[in-house]
Design a protein around this ligand. Structure first.
Ligand code: PHE
Length: 338
C-alpha cells in the first residue's frame, strides 16, 4: 500500500517540478505526455492498481485522483506563465522608433509637366486639356496639314477602325480652344501623344508634350522668343542658352525648332547632346493665317505663336535620365529617386 502511494507522491513531485521548470509550450507538452499521456507514468500506475489489496484500493485510488489533478493544475499554471511570457516578448516596445510607410509620390513626368504649367502660368498662360482620342479634322485638317503629309500615314499614326486616331501631337488642342473661345487666347495644354515609333533610348510609342498658344493683336516672333527663353531659364537656370533653327510645320509660318544648350555638359558636347552642345526641346512658330481662318479668326486682326515642348526631353535633362524607357518601366528602384 505504502508502496503505491509513495510512487504516486514521487511522480506528482517530479511532474510539478518539471512543469515549473518548463520554458516553452513544447517543454510543457513533453511533461504532460510523460506523466498523463496514454503511455505515461500515471496510466501505468493506474494499471498497477490491480495488484493493490482490495481494502486499500480506495485510499490509493483517491491519492491517484488528487495526484493527477495536482499535475494538471501545475501544467495549467505553467501554460499560463509561458503564454504570458510570449505576450511580453511580442508586446509593443514604446521606445522603438515608428515604422515609416513608404509614401507614394508624383512620377517624374508629372512633376516636370506640373513645373512647366507653373512656369507658363506665371507668364499668364492658362492650362487646358484636350482629348487623347482625336478626329482627323482637329489633328490634321484644321492644322493645315496637307492630305499627303507623311505624319497622316498609318505607319506613323494610330488609327481606330472608325477613322478616329490617337492624337499624334497636342496641337489639336489649339484648334479646340480657338473654336470655343474668342481671342485673345493664352493657353498651355499638357498631355499624352501617340506615334508609331520603335521604342529606343529617345523614342517611345507614347510620350508627352506641352502645347502653348498665344493669340492677340500684334503678336510677333520676338514674343515667342522671349517666352521660350524665360521658360528655359526658369527651368534650367540663368546659364542655359536657347537656339532657334528654321524648320517646317504645316500650321506655323515661319516655323522653328528650339534647342536648349545641353545642361549636362554646359554646351561643350557630351553623349546626352550627341556632342552637339544643344538638345532639341520644342517645335514652334507663328500661327499660320490659314489656321486662324479655319477657326473663324480674322488673320488681318489677330496673330499669334504656338509651341510644343517635349516633356520627356525636359525630364531627361532635368534629372539626367539617360534612357527614356526608364520613365515607363515603373521600376520602383528608379522611381524612388525622385
Ligand atoms: N506639334 C508639333 C510636333 O509635334 C510641335 C509644334 C507645336 C510645332 C506648335 C509648332 C507649333 O512636332
Amino acid at each position: 500500500m505504502n508502496d503505491i502511494i509513495e510512487r504516486i507522491d514521487a511522480a506528482v513531485a517530479d511532474a510539478v517540478r518539471q512543469a515549473a521548470a518548463a520554458t516553452s509550450s513544447a517543454d510543457l507538452e513533453a511533461v504532460r505526455v510523460a506523466y498523463l499521456g496514454r503511455n505515461g507514468l500515471f496510466p501505468a500506475l493506474s494499471r498497477g492498481m490491480g495488484e493493490v489489496p482490495p481494502e486499500q484500493r480506495r485510499t490509493a485510488g483517491q491519492r491517484f485522483n488528487t495526484g493527477r489533478a495536482e499535475i494538471q493544475e501545475a501544467l495549467d499554471a505553467a501554460g499560463r506563465r509561458i503564454a504570458a511570457g510570449a505576450d511580453a516578448a511580442g508586446a509593443i516596445d514604446l521606445t522603438l522608433p515608428g515604422r515609416r510607410l513608404p509614401a507614394g509620390h508624383k512620377h517624374p513626368i508629372s512633376r516636370v509637366a506640373d513645373e512647366c504649367v507653373a512656369i507658363f502660368g506665371r507668364m499668364g498662360f492658362v492650362a487646358v486639356e484636350g482629348p487623347e482620342i482625336e478626329d482627323i479634322y482637329h489633328n490634321f485638317d484644321a492644322l493645315n496639314t496637307p492630305a499627303d503629309h507623311p505624319s497622316r500615314d498609318p505607319q506613323d499614326t494610330f488609327y481606330f477602325p472608325d477613322g478616329r486616331i490617337l492624337r499624334s501631337q497636342t496641337s489639336p488642342v489649339q484648334i479646340r480652344v480657338m473654336e470655343s473661345h474668342e481671342p485673345p487666347i493664352r493657353i498651355v495644354a499638357p498631355g499624352r501623344v501617340f506615334r508609331r515609333d520603335t521604342p529606343d533610348a529617345t523614342h517611345g510609342m507614347n510620350f508627352h508634350q506641352i502645347e502653348g498658344l498665344s493669340i492677340d493683336r500684334g503678336v510677333s516672333m520676338a514674343d515667342l522668343k522671349s517666352v521660350l527663353q524665360t521658360f528655359a531659364r526658369e527651368m534650367f537656370g540663368e546659364k542655359v542658352r536657347i537656339r532657334l533653327r528654321p524648320h517646317f510645320f504645316p500650321f506655323t509660318e515661319p516655323s522653328v525648332e528650339y534647342d536648349f544648350s545641353c545642361v549636362v555638359c554646359g554646351g561643350k558636347g557630351c553623349g546626352v547632346c550627341k556632342h552637339s552642345g544643344y538638345i532639341e526641346i520644342a517645335g514652334a512658330g507663328m500661327v499660320d493665317p490659314a489656321v486662324l481662318a479655319n477657326v473663324g479668326y480674322d488673320p488681318r486682326v489677330w496673330s499669334g505663336y504656338a509651341f510644343g515642348l517635349g516633356i520627356e526631353r525636359l525630364a531627361m535633362l532635368r534629372y539626367r535620365i539617360p534612357d527614356l524607357r526608364l520613365l515607363y518601366e515603373n521600376d520602383v528602384r528608379f522611381l524612388e529617386q525622385f
